[in-house]
Design a protein around this ligand. Structure first.
Ligand code: CO
Length: 219
């Protein structure tokens, strides 16, 4: 994969007025390395990975993976959720798997996620309440394990991991993934990004076991 090399962009403060200036500098640096760069981009996309992550501004999907434009199909929302009734995320999964033929679907959560934190608290978040309720469902599913963790930060981190796992389960429940698994061995992965260290962790979700378990009920 391409390693992000446009360092001048990373150090800029992205003031709204500066964005177009940054963009021109970026175009220039791309064209210097490859005059046909944008022509090739416009020819079409063939990403191998669908990445579903949090909208958090600190978790920059492509940059933390060292991925270039065209390499990853990205969907982001608050707390990297995959509710089965959300037409937005379900459309993204369907399009990426059926038409773009991605080989991997990734749910990437992150420690210190504001969405997960909000779901652990009693605060009334208005319009966000039904969205956060999906995370509270994860808490309820794993209540015994979470309540047995003494430290609040450890409990918070574990809920982030369990939320990733449950969103992976939601993906594996979908017909499009079960079909793509049978046809061409599409895989689902659960990752966590640690904002404090910058390190990306694979949770090693047991995809095959979850799939077997789920297909008894959701096939
Ligand atoms: Co977050």
């Amino acid at each position: 994969m391409y390693i992000w090399a446009v360092s001048s962009l990373n150090h800029c403060k992205v003031h709204i007025k500066q964005i177009f200036e940054n963009n021109r500098a970026w175009v220039k640096s791309k064209l210097q390395k490859d005059p046909g760069y944008f022509k090739k981009l416009s020819d079409g996309q063939h990403p191998k990975i669908l990445y579903i992550g949090c909208s958090d501004s600190r978790v920059s999907a492509e940059e933390l993976m060292g991925a270039a434009p065209g390499e990853v199909f990205v969907h982001r929302n608050i707390a990297n959720m995959v509710p089965n009734t959300d037409l937005n995320v379900m459309s993204v999964i369907n399009y990426a798997v059926r038409y773009l033929k991605v080989q991997h679907v990734v749910v990437c959560g992150h420690y210190f996620c504001g969405g997960v934190k909000a779901a652990m608290q009693q605060t009334d978040m208005g319009l966000l309440n039904p969205w956060l309720r999906n995370i509270r469902d994860v808490y309820r599913l794993h209540l015994d394990e979470l309540n047995a963790i003494p430290g609040e930060e450890d409990r918070y981190k574990r809920l982030v991991e369990l939320n990733v796992q449950e969103q992976c389960v939601n993906i594996i429940k979908t017909a499009v993934i079960q079909k793509a698994y049978k046809e061409r061995n599409v895989r689902v992965h659960g990752w966590v990004f640690d904002i404090r260290t910058g390190v990306l962790r694979d949770l090693h979700i047991d995809f095959d076991r979850i799939l077997q378990h789920i297909m008894q009920i959701y096939r």
